[in-house]
Design a protein around this ligand. Structure first.
Ligand code: MZP
Length: 496
């Protein structure tokens, strides 16, 4: 046997040291945009996300509802392949056919209230809505609501406070705190929102046109607005039926695919990647999962447009316990990131890596990004929300959502695990519950706010800089315990 010299380490074992924060590096200026697929350094990636989160390729996670909510927030879901091809293709269509629509309005409303308003509108009318903020982030200064063109607040029986905050869509205006931008005044539209309104024959707004490099301006997540544009949607595929599944998903409109396997370092995935790139060169496709540089290079050379990292770290995973295979997630990311950088030096291509699984705290995401991940994939995190497919169940004093692994006998995703054809011989995942966490959008905003704050403390205004300048320290068990409060909490006292 050969021994890898380093101990397997995980996210709990690291903390970030603050760097000098310059005056222009405040949290609201931090840009979390990330390139998702193979590109030349300095050139844009064909697919970019405005927040570096993707949802896991799992039955209990990536439903069309979750995919829509996440894409609207600027992230991406990979719809799971543990279902017949036609059903997965229909799910992709559902996301792609979702229409984020047109301008309504609002003024002087705090972002949180805005989001509440949005939810009220969506719940009661089924209309799609999105907030427009000045910097394009959910925490940014609010300037308007976007909703379907045929949406009429009064007709939909909204509460009067909600109604009062909205200007009927027919007025075709976006009101801001200090100025009203109307379709007639295109100069103001341009100045304030950096976009051009396109009007129909009656002077009604048809859609907003953004410059092609709009996302570089850190404004709206581009997926959300530009009426003719559709939400981004990813889909998982496997090495068993990809010859039929891939064309069906591309036909349904999938923007990006990913081979989903618990261990992707094998001939089957290598061959499948070569086949996919030969037949569908225009559709980006990722591979994985891997835990070391050698395996990364194998998949990158086979044509993977990004590579997923992680074996055994998932919250529902018992692969390490069952098979003794895996690696601490932090060590895996460090090793694979080094191989990615070496591959970039040699070939001139940056192949992004995704840290998949085992992110138990929001700060773990930041650690993963600092260690070198271009973006992350999460299952447990997303399974907690309303939009995830698991049932919401009351237990004791709280609510929980169901969450089960793809290697559990409930999911029976034999295509993901190399245990032979058509069945799972033994389980590699468990079936359980996660604390219910309400609506995705709010929680995502909170998580994102923490990441921005940490990056600002580390003096990094974007992810590539963060990867470059982050300084990490390993923590002992004793110093890890200092992460937590060491007083009796008032809540506990109140309850006693
Ligand atoms: P987590 O975010 O819940 O910690 O982990 C999600 C990741 O765990 C998935 O993206 C996938 O890579 C992995 N996974 C899914 N099912 C299993 C299993 O049943 C698993 N073992 O390990």
């Amino acid at each position: 046997a050969r021994f890898v010299p380093e101990v397997s380490r995980t996210f709990n074992e690291f903390l970030l040291l603050p760097n000098r924060t310059t005056a222009d590096c405040s949290p609201e200026r931090v840009d979390l945009a990330t390139g998702l697929v193979r590109h030349r350094p300095g050139e844009p990636s064909a697919i970019r996300l405005s927040i570096p989160y993707t949802s896991a390729i799992m039955q209990a996670v990536s439903s069309p509802e979750l995919a829509i909510a996440l894409a609207r927030a600027g992230g991406l879901s990979f719809l799971h392949h543990n279902q017949p091809i036609e059903e997965q293709a229909a799910a992709v269509r559902q996301v792609k056919n979702f229409k984020a629509g047109f301008v309504v309005s609002d003024t002087n409303v705090a972002p949180t209230d805005t989001l509440r308003t949005l939810r009220a509108v969506m719940e009661r009318t089924g209309h799609s809505t999105a907030a427009v903020t000045e910097d394009g982030t959910a925490g940014g200064r609010f300037v308007g609501l976007v909703t379907s063109r045929d949406f009429h607040p009064e007709r939909h029986n909204l509460d009067s406070p909600v109604r009062e905050r909205m200007i009927p869509v027919e007025s075709l205006a976006v009101a801001t705190a200090d100025v009203t931008l109307s379709g007639a005044n295109t100069r103001l539209w341009e100045e304030r929102l950096d976009c051009l309104p396109v009007l129909d024959g009656q002077g009604r707004l048809r859609h907003l046109v953004f410059r092609s490099d709009y996302s570089a301006h850190k404004r709206f997540p581009k997926e959300v607005i530009d009426a003719e544009k559709r939400l981004l949607c990813g889909a998982g595929v496997n090495t068993h039926d990809y010859v039929e599944r891939i064309p069906a998903l591309i036909d349904a409109g999938a923007d990006i695919l990913c081979f989903d396997s618990s261990d992707g370092y094998n001939d089957w995935q290598g061959d499948a990647l070569v086949w996919a790139k030969k037949h569908y060169p225009d559709t980006p496709i990722g591979g994985g999962n891997v835990v070391d540089g050698e395996a990364f290079t194998f998949l990158a050379e086979a044509g993977a447009d990004f590579v997923k990292v992680g074996i055994g770290g998932g919250s529902i995973c018992i692969t390490r316990d069952q098979k003794g295979i895996g690696r601490g997630q932090a060590s895996a990311v460090i090793d694979v990131a080094e191989a990615r950088d070496a591959y970039r030096e040699q070939t001139g291509f940056h192949v992004p890596i995704c840290s998949d699984g085992g992110l138990l705290h929001d700060y773990h995401i930041t650690i993963a990004l600092a260690l070198g991940a271009d973006f992350v994939m999460m299952g447990r995190y997303f399974a907690r929300f309303d939009q995830a497919p698991g049932r919401k169940i009351r237990m004791g004093d709280g609510y929980y959502k169901e969450y089960w692994g793809e290697g559990s006998s409930r999911a029976r995703n034999w295509q993901r695990y190399d245990q032979g054809e058509d069945s799972l011989v033994f389980e590699e995942g468990v079936d359980g519950f996660v604390p219910y966490a309400g609506d995705l959008t709010h929680a995502l905003d909170l998580t994102t706010a923490k990441i921005r704050a940490t990056m600002a403390s580390c003096g990094a205004a974007d992810l590539p800089t963060f990867r470059e300048v982050a300084r990490l320290t390993q923590v002992s068990q004793q110093s890890y315990e200092e992460n937590f409060a060491s007083v009796m909490l008032r809540d506990a006292t109140d309850n006693s």
